[in-house]
Ligand binder design. Structure first.
Ligand code: KG4
Ligand code: ZN
Length: 331
């Protein structure tokens, strides 16, 4: 079965063709990062307009790269939420129109669930059940994945998402946008010598909170500036990253042990983080838990992961069930 997927929830216009949920034939990603960079974050209205400008050519390119014509597509899917409403509507409408034109079934996909499915593409042997740790710019979730489309939400952030904390700290340090990859690189040259808080919340909770850590780092930067003292950005990055990572790793491993699971699957933009991958793998090897994450290009937003999710949803009978855009769609 050949699936064509469209993703447009934020600032990437992406179209992918994959086969049977795991085999990527094309995955074209047109990023708007350079446009939004100068504003220090994504501007929703500009994002919608750029999706409109890009969508048709990205779709054509995805078909050409997959070396197939439109009649060979069996299923069309698209992200229906969560995300920016204007941005979502562009991709969703284009995908529905395409499905209608070629007379094929359509499935609406939850973007967060899509991030998890990126792992099925990068890890051909991966199968549920497992513990999922989804860490992106907008979301931080710990889930128990029982089957391909059956999962249970166990923990979530009560304030900032993990990636959002990276982006806000980078902004405070004046080092660019998006902050995650920049901090990741800086951290590899720094030392974890600053004592930033690890917020574990109440006993037994699998929720997260990163706003206290963010405030602590920003206060540290202001203090240094007021005193006219030098800030070693590499050390701030390394210490901040380690504080985020310690909490994520601890809670994911705790949940895996409680649920007797021997697999933890990382997903979302922050899954590209070298420090997080390293810490989770070293802890995992001590606890006999195998760690999975997607290849870097599939960690951040892309349509291949949406195609994989759409395939499994289709097999579970989700065709044409709820195809409306929902900017606040939860897991
Ligand atoms: O999954 P994604 O593309 O978008 C959402 O669905 O939110 O994630 C983007 C987020 C941004 O906050 C970005 O700073 C973060 O992922 N990110 C990283 C890294 N690469 C991207 N965070 C930490 N380390 C990285 N290497
Ligand atoms: Zn995403």
């Amino acid at each position: 079965m050949k699936i064509l997927a469209v993703e447009s929830s934020c600032d990437e216009t992406s179209v992918s063709v994959i086969e049977n949920g795991r085999n990527v034939l094309s995955n074209v990603i047109s990023s708007q990062i350079d446009t939004h960079k100068k504003y220090g974050g994504v501007v929703p209205e500009i994002a919608s307009r750029q999706h409109v400008e890009a969508i048709n050519s990205v779709l054509e390119e995805a078909l050409t790269e997959a070396n197939i014509n439109r009649e060979e597509i069996d299923l069309v899917v698209a992200t229906r939420g969560p995300g920016l409403i204007g941005a979502l509507l562009v991709g969703l409408s284009a995908a529905k129109a395409f499905a209608y034109a070629i007379d094929r079934p359509f499935v609406g996909v939850n973007h967060i669930y899509g991030h998890v499915c990126a792992n099925y593409i990068s890890n051909s042997n991966l199968e549920p059940p497992f513990i999922g740790l989804i860490v992106s710019g907008g979301h931080t979730y710990l889930i128990k994945v029982k089957d391909y489309v059956d999962f249970e939400l166990v923990g979530r952030t009560r304030d900032d998402a993990a990636g959002e904390a990276f982006d806000k700290i980078a902004r405070a340090m004046g080092i660019g946008y998006p902050g995650g990859p920049i901090i990741d690189k800086l951290a590899s040259k720094g030392k974890d010598v600053l004592d930033f808080p690890r917020v574990m919340l109440e006993e037994g909770s699998y929720d997260f909170s990163f706003s206290g850590l963010k405030t602590a780092v920003i206060n540290y930067l202001h203090n240094k500036e007021q005193k006219g003292e030098e800030v070693i950005k590499e050390d701030v990055a390394a210490s901040f990253q380690k504080a985020v990572t310690d909490v994520l790793v601890e809670k994911a491993v705790r949940l895996a042990k409680k649920e007797n699971m021997d697999k933890i699957v990382l997903a979302g933009g922050v899954a590209a983080n070298e420090g997080l991958r390293f810490e989770l793998e070293s802890r995992g090897s001590k606890e006999n838990i195998k760690i999975y994450y997607p290849e870097k290009i599939l960690c951040t937003d892309n349509a291949a992961m949406i195609a994989s999710a759409g395939y499994y949803l289709y097999k579970s009978g989700a065709v044409d069930k709820d195809t409306r855009a929902n900017p606040n769609l939860g897991l």
